[in-house]
Design a protein around this ligand. Structure first.
Ligand code: PHE
Length: 361
């Protein structure tokens, strides 16, 4: 029979030097398993005398307990070491910067951006939004706005005529301005009116400051005693908000539109001396809108009694305002569909520094 003390030392050494769960389990099986050394020694006890059985039996039991305990202690140690290793390896560094977005995202076109900004400003002033068709009848585009067939003002608009007429035999045009929505909307309801109408407009024209398709926002306010002072305040308030400046000087220049009387053109004071055009101060004037008091003939076209109601109208050039606010020199580039241009001048959905998301660059 092997000396139990030597055996104890040998096994405890082996347990101590085990470095992982697998080798520890191998030791357990080799010593304490069914066919393990200790188990075999236990079996051999049956051949001994009662006295020897007692003595050696208790020594073996003792040894078995010592080994069992040391294996479970070692097991716990190895588990702890392995856990710590995993914790170190699997740690997430929350301070790492987020990976640049892989997927390509689109940009908001400056026209859409500026449309949103303008709409939002007039929305906060209590204006409704109305829309009209891009393909318009001669009636709404001209006649109802006091521009009859023979009127020289028709030449002001280089109109795209459609080859076909509508089912009432009326000539059709691509609308040359958003003003037809004035009459269309007034016909539908009863005064007072206070709305804007954004949309696409078309004229046979193309150079650095004109494109065959462009955008306008029409404004109309009709009530019992709406006057020119209201128009001036509205335009000033709008331009201050749009250009994000506290003071603005505007000039109302006498002009002519058949559908307003008096008619005026609106200029804003600006500084063109530096590389960036600055609105609000300086010594230059820039035309930004057409406006005036609604002509009684226009109210008549919409069956509104011009003795009881009066109002003002204005038409803003959206693309022009986008050029001014965001410093985009050539209008034609707006509609070339060049993605590089859009990446440069477009707006990200996530840049939201102001109320209406416009970012002064
Ligand atoms: N419809 C005019 C244009 O396109 C602008 C305008 C609108 C002028 C409303 C006066 C009133 O030039």
């Amino acid at each position: 029979m092997i000396d139990s003390e030597i055996l104890e030392k040998e096994i405890l050494n082996a347990v101590n030097s085990a470095s992982d769960q697998d080798s520890l389990e191998k030791i357990r099986i080799a010593e304490l398993g069914k066919k393990g050394r200790i188990s075999l020694l236990m079996k051999e006890l049956s051949n001994l005398s009662n006295e020897e059985k007692k003595e050696k039996g208790s020594k073996l039991n003792n040894l078995k307990n010592i080994i069992t305990n040391s294996i479970s202690e070692k097991k716990e140690k190895i588990e702890n070491i392995e856990l710590n290793k995993r914790l170190l390896k699997e740690k997430v560094d929350v301070t790492l910067p987020v990976k640049a977005q892989q997927a390509k995202t689109g940009k908001i076109h400056p026209v859409s951006q500026v449309m949103d900004e303008i709409t939002e400003i007039f929305g906060s002033l209590g204006y409704q939004i109305e829309e009209g068709p891009d393909i318009e009848t001669e009636h709404y585009n001209f006649n109802a706005l006091n521009i009859p067939e023979s009127h020289p003002a028709r030449q002001m608009h280089d109109t795209f005529y459609l080859p076909d007429t509508n089912d009432k035999g009326e000539k059709l045009v691509l609308r040359t301005h958003t003003s037809p929505v004035q009459v269309r909307t007034m016909e539908k309801g009863e005064p007072p009116f206070k709305f804007i109408s954004p949309g696409r407009t078309y004229r046979c024209d193309s150079d650095q400051t004109h494109t065959p398709m462009f955008h306008q926002i029409e404004g109309l306010v009709v009530d019992k005693d709406t006057h020119l002072g209201h128009l001036k305040w509205t335009l000033e308030t709008f331009f201050k908000s749009f250009f994000e400046i506290n003071t603005i000087e505007i000039k109302l220049r006498p002009s002519y539109f058949p559908f307003t009387e008096p008619s005026l053109e609106v200029d804003v004071l600006c500084d063109r001396s530096g590389s960036v055009l600055k609105v609000g101060h300086g010594s230059d004037w820039l035309e930004v809108a057409g406006a005036g008091m609604v002509h009684p003939e226009v109210l008549k076209s919409a069956n509104i009694d011009s003795n009881k109601f009066q109002g003002f109208a204005f038409g803003l050039g959206v693309d022009r305002l986008a050029q001014l606010k965001y410093g985009i020199p050539d209008l034609r580039t707006f509609f070339n569909g060049d993605v590089r241009w859009l990446n440069h001048y477009g707006f990200s959905f996530l840049d939201i520094p102001t109320l209406s998301r416009g970012l002064r660059k």
